[in-house]
Write a protein of this length. Structure first.
Length: 133
């Protein structure tokens, strides 16, 4: 993955797998979201505040390259690829600890207020998202 990225490690849990013994495809997106939440916390930003709003997803894409299984140790790499007036687009990559890429993708989230309406990302928040802490 090019550029600066946030790295988040985890172990594949048994409930994340399906009857084939592989990680269910929906869990890949959950892992990317976990990495995003980890990055927001690192930046000192709230993941969700019902009084202020949040960051709902408006677009997600993912390419599955290799299966993951129960007990696999993985690293999720997350990088900010674009920031608009009200939205952010993250690139993510999920790799086994040996470096083999299992999945990669992109997700776009829009900052919304408590009423669910798009809201401009404030300057200080933009700085934190662009550089972390």
């Amino acid at each position: 993955m090019n550029g600066t990225c946030h790295r988040y490690e985890r172990v594949v849990a048994f409930p994340d797998t399906d009857a084939s013994g592989w990680v269910h495809f929906t869990k890949i997106l959950a892992y990317a979201e976990e990495a995003e939440h980890s990055y927001l916390r690192q930046c000192g930003l709230p993941v969700f505040d019902p009084a202020k709003g949040g960051w709902p997803r408006v677009k997600v894409s993912c390419e599955y390259r290799k299966p993951l299984r129960f007990e696999d140790r993985i690293e999720v790499r997350l990088a900010l690829s674009r920031m608009g007036g009200t939205s952010v687009t993250w690139n993510f990559e999920i790799a086994k600890m040996d470096g083999e890429i299992a999945a990669r993708g992109e997700m776009t989230a829009v900052k919304v207020n408590a009423a669910g309406l798009p809201e401009t990302i404030p300057g200080e928040e933009r700085k934190l998202l662009e550089g972390g802490k």
